[in-house]
Design a protein around this ligand. Structure first.
Ligand code: HEC
Ligand code: HEC
Ligand code: HEC
Ligand code: HEC
Ligand code: HEC
Ligand code: HEC
Ligand code: HEC
Ligand code: HEC
Ligand code: HEC
Ligand code: HEC
Length: 389
């Protein structure tokens, strides 16, 4: 094409002039740096993200530079994910893995150093996105017009099925750049999987700036999970993170590796990530601790609702009903265990007058170093003498 040829010629002379300037007038700066530009992110910045990866897009102006292009992390070379050319400029894309803290990369030609301070994120509650140095791709001043040439698509590939939804309009325009959201997640959240991105991320009118809701996200969630919001809000016992409205501390709003879009197994691992005093219950070698059998099976959520309930400790049922739901030999029994005539229920636990007397007064529902999950040794009647002197 004629235009192409002229443009090529023009570019070559521009390149030559820059080369000339670089070699003869600016000996301090390496000549090779001329046509390699990192478009996104910044060469030194702070990145808050949930998934430990980020995209680098490098603009390369000449074939010679393209041949030598390398992105390195330590001794390792990172391979590009996609390279496309438009108007004789190459756009080289990388999906770069990040580790918490400082991440250093070298981009050559030019030996440009890139330093990313990665701060893993589970909720935006404590993230200061307005601090200096924080990089946000969709911020007005960081958006690149060049990207639109290829990414302003109006439809998604045919094999990617999107359901129209009563909740809002689908946004195929997000798809090509945010493919990783779909590729990396096993359990997907319906509105993200159906590209209803803009029901949660506002698309502002100027320059396509996209906002992330800051802090609490429950109102975002209750917008659709209306019934849950009403039900939980009215219950007597609400799990603290739910009461605070930080659903995303457990659920990834897009999807994640575990069922219900959780970032860890919601039956137990997720719980002990905060309740660290219960971590030992999940260890392979529990060192003399007898763990309640159900924790290895159904996990913490066999007994506790992760969100809210009418019962103390967010238990599904009052304690005795809960226990006898599985240990049904004692169902409905009010007296006679462990010894004839012994009550199983009472207003006050002699060991802790703030608690009622129930199955959990003698048995630790989680685990114990004694037989039958008891609070003391059965031998010598030591368990009895906890309450009876
Ligand atoms: C249900 C609400 C919701 C939907 C739908 C949603 N997001 Fe998000 N998104 C959030 C929230 C809340 C955050 C804040 C960070 C977090 O909790 O992960 C976020 C964070 C992000 C991030 C930052 C990623 C990271 O690793 O921290 C990206 C990128 C993103 N969203 C893109 C999208 C795209 C693209 C879509 C559509 C496919 C989408 N989102 C749909 C709620 C949503
Ligand atoms: C010359 C065309 C072109 C330009 C310009 C371009 N891209 Fe891309 N980009 C692509 C193609 C093609 C893909 C691969 C899409 C696919 O796999 O379906 C891609 C993929 C991506 C991805 C997804 C990578 C992944 O994880 O799958 C991101 C993010 C992205 N581009 C960001 C950008 C940004 C930011 C810019 C501007 C700085 C930009 N692109 C400029 C063509 C382009
Ligand atoms: C041209 C490519 C491109 C398009 C189109 C695009 N994004 Fe992004 N977006 C990015 C890149 C690059 C990042 C930085 C994260 C990364 O590199 O993985 C990002 C980050 C985000 C974030 C995290 C906050 C931020 O600003 O860094 C959100 C939220 C987000 N995108 C939502 C969306 C939504 C919603 C759409 C569709 C309306 C969309 N994006 C379309 C490239 C794109
Ligand atoms: C735009 C509407 C919408 C928003 C906003 C929304 N959801 Fe959903 N969510 C759905 C739909 C639709 C489903 C799939 C249908 C279903 O199973 O209830 C779903 C399913 C879920 C599921 C899995 C339910 C199951 O039984 O498998 C969880 C967990 C969930 N959402 C959590 C959240 C959280 C947390 C938020 C806020 C960050 C949120 N949702 C915001 C529409 C939404
Ligand atoms: C402490 C972690 C945690 C928090 C915080 C949390 N969830 Fe959940 N959520 C879970 C777990 C675990 C499950 C799976 C329960 C199960 O396996 O029975 C779940 C299941 C769900 C489900 C599907 C099951 C159902 O009850 O219908 C929805 C919807 C849901 N959560 C929404 C929310 C919303 C909305 C918020 C914020 C108000 C929230 N969650 C906060 C841990 C959490
Ligand atoms: C993000 C951190 C976090 C996660 C994850 C988490 N919790 Fe909690 N949980 C808390 C906080 C904070 C409290 C209130 C302070 C306290 O009692 O330790 C609490 C309190 C509790 C309580 C006591 C409630 C009361 O009334 O005293 C129970 C029971 C509980 N959590 C069970 C669970 C279960 C089961 C899971 C897993 C599904 C879980 N938690 C996951 C943070 C978390
Ligand atoms: C067999 C049912 C059951 C299972 C399974 C269970 N709990 Fe409990 N949990 C209870 C009962 C009952 C109480 C109240 C104990 C009491 O009254 O002293 C309780 C109390 C708690 C409390 C508040 C008091 C304390 O001990 O700190 C937390 C936190 C808690 N459980 C977390 C968990 C976690 C995390 C798991 C999973 C590792 C789990 N629970 C598994 C029944 C259960
Ligand atoms: C969801 C079902 C379930 C609930 C609820 C439940 N358990 Fe269990 N429990 C089990 C299972 C399963 C085992 C392991 C059985 C085995 O090892 O044979 C077990 C074992 C026990 C044992 C040890 C039995 C032995 O022979 O060593 C005791 C004691 C016990 N549970 C007491 C309780 C108490 C007290 C509660 C109420 C706080 C309770 N359980 C609630 C399922 C449950
Ligand atoms: C006063 C203390 C005490 C209370 C309250 C108590 N237990 Fe026990 N439990 C024991 C003792 C002691 C044993 C040891 C074995 C025995 O002597 O029968 C035991 C044994 C067990 C066992 C294992 C042996 C068997 O019989 O299978 C189960 C299961 C059990 N209890 C469940 C419960 C349930 C469910 C409740 C509440 C309805 C409860 N216990 C209330 C003291 C108590
Ligand atoms: C967590 C506290 C607790 C433990 C442990 C406990 N008890 Fe009790 N026991 C009570 C309460 C409460 C009562 C009813 C009020 C009272 O008489 O003090 C009671 C009552 C009794 C009674 C009188 C029953 C009746 O017929 O009136 C006997 C006998 C008894 N316990 C024996 C035992 C033996 C044996 C053990 C050990 C296997 C034991 N207790 C462990 C709290 C406990």
């Amino acid at each position: 094409m004629k235009m192409g040829f002229i443009a090529q010629l023009l570019k070559q002379s521009v390149v030559f002039i820059i080369y000339f300037l670089a070699v003869f007038c600016l000996p301090a700066s390496p000549a090779l740096a001329r046509g390699v530009t990192l478009l996104t992110p910044d060469t030194a910045c702070i990145v808050y993200a949930r998934s430990p990866s980020y995209h680098f897009v490098v603009e390369v102006d000449t074939k010679e530079d393209m041949k030598q292009l390398q992105l390195q992390s330590g001794a390792e070379s990172i391979m590009p994910l996609a390279t496309r050319m438009k108007n004789d400029i190459f756009y080289v894309h990388y999906r770069v893995p990040l580790i918490p803290g400082e991440n250093k990369f070298f981009l050559s030609p030019g030996s440009k150093k890139i330093v990313i301070d990665y701060k893993p994120l589970r909720t935006l509650l404590n993230a200061n996105l307005n601090a200096t140095g924080v990089y946000l791709y969709h911020r007005k001043e960081t958006m690149h017009q060049e990207c639109r040439q290829c990414h302003e698509v109006e439809s998604v590939p045919e094999d990617f099925f999107v359901k129209p939804s009563p909740y809002g309009k689908n946004s195929p325009v997000c798809y090509t750049c945010h493919k990783a959201i779909f590729e990396e997640t096993k359990w997907q959240h319906s509105p993200a999987a159906n590209l209803l991105c803009e029901t949660c991320h506002q698309q502002e009118k100027d320059v396509g700036r996209i906002s992330v809701s800051i802090g609490k996200d429950a109102s975002l969630c209750y917008h659709c999970h209306l019934v849950k919001g009403k039900a939980w809000g009215d219950m007597a016992h609400i799990h603290q993170p739910v009461g605070f409205g930080v659903c995303s501390i457990c659920h990834n709003p897009h999807g994640d590796a575990y069922r219900f879009q959780l970032w860890a197994d919601g039956r137990a691992e997720l719980c002990v990530s905060c309740h660290v005093d219960k971590e030992d219950l999940l260890k392979k070698d529990t060192k003399g601790l007898n763990v309640h059998g159900i924790i290895r099976g159904g996990g913490c959520v066999s007994c506790h609702d992760p969100h809210a309930s009418e019962n103390q400790y967010m238990l599904y049922k009052p304690v005795n009903e809960l226990c006898t739901g599985c240990h049904n030999e004692l169902a409905g029994v009010t007296k006679g265990h462990p010894v004839g005539g012994h009550p199983l229920k009472g207003p006050k636990n002699p060991l802790n007058p703030k608690k009622e007397f129930n199955c959990a007064s003698c048995h630790n529902p989680h685990g114990s170093k004694f037989q039958y999950l008891l609070i003391g040794d059965l031998l010598g009647g030591l368990v009895c003498s906890k309450c009876h002197h």
